[in-house]
Design a protein around this ligand. Structure first.
Ligand code: GDP
Ligand code: MG
Length: 243
């Protein structure tokens, strides 16, 4: 029996919060082998996301809620969640999961199944056979996402195909516990932290598997990623290359 914590960063995701937690809780019932937990890291959303989470916390005992002082970037929210999962919740593994409806709660049990199969790092991949990005995306967005992953793969000689995926499972013992999960060491406070941690996990020799996922359209609300995140991703990839 492992303790697995699903970390969900949120900023103005009130529209999806309640339904998402309900769906996750019902999926958890299918995973009887493990103890499943939810950890929401809210960036002090003005829209009442934390309040929606608090309502669900009253009903379910496996929900933790951290409210940051302010929105500090996706990477900062995840680092806060990861450190809390490792040190306070004593998690055996954690899952990075978006709070906007783009990740499918049904994929959780597929990630966990690969942990059971002995993998240390399981990536929900949009760019392996069976995976996909939203049909609705414009061609430029599709191109940037696909080309970005390919460029990172080529530059850093990575074995993985989706190098900016936001849905993944990480084993703590021997892996996450060795990552330098702090503001000083991480190369990006925003979305690009993902490239840095992926690189570090592979360098640690994590047994890695990509499983196909369908990346969905947002359930509501608005994206917080921007052109800055694309530039930042390029910067992080280049820093890793020159190291
Ligand atoms: N706490 C916190 N959550 C964030 C921040 N930026 C994004 N998020 C959340 O992280 C998840 C992924 O962000 P999103 O903007 O959808 O990224 P995209 O899918 O790459 O456009 C969503 O649930 C966001 O609400 C932040 O600075 N702080
Ligand atoms: Mg999103």
């Amino acid at each position: 029996m492992s303790k697995i914590v699903v970390i969900i960063p949120t900023y103005n995701e009130r529209e999806t919060m309640g339904v998402l937690i309900d769906e996750l809780e019902s999926e958890f019932r299918l995973i009887s082998k493990h103890q499943m937990w939810i950890l929401i890291v809210d960036g002090n959303s003005p829209d009442g996301t934390a309040e929606a989470a608090r309502q669900k916390k009253k009903v379910h005992q496996n929900i933790n809620l951290i409210i940051e002082k302010e929105k500090r970037g996706l990477g900062m929210a995840y680092l806060t969640g990861m450190n809390y999962a490792i040190h306070n919740l004593k998690a055996d593994a954690f899952i990075e999961f978006d709070g906007d409806g783009q990740h499918d709660p049904k994929d959780i049990k597929r990630l966990v199944a690969e942990l059971d199969n002995g993998y240390d790092y399981v990536i929900g991949s949009r760019y392996v056979a069976g995976g996909s990005i939203p049909e609705e995306w414009g061609w430029h967005r599709k191109f940037l996402s696909r080309f970005g992953s390919l460029f990172i793969k080529w530059l850093l000689h990575l074995p993985t195909n989706d190098n900016t995926s936001g849905l993944k499972l990480t084993r703590v013992a021997g892996f996450a516990e060795k990552l330098l999960l702090n503001e000083k060491e991480i190369l990006s406070k925003r979305h690009a932290y993902k490239i840095h941690l992926l690189y570090e996990m592979l360098a640690l020799g994590a047994k890695t598997k990509e499983i196909p996922i369908k990346f969905l359209e947002r359930g509501g609300g608005a994206s917080k990623s921007s052109l800055e995140d694309i530039i930042e991703s390029l910067r992080v990839a280049l820093v890793l290359y020159f190291r």
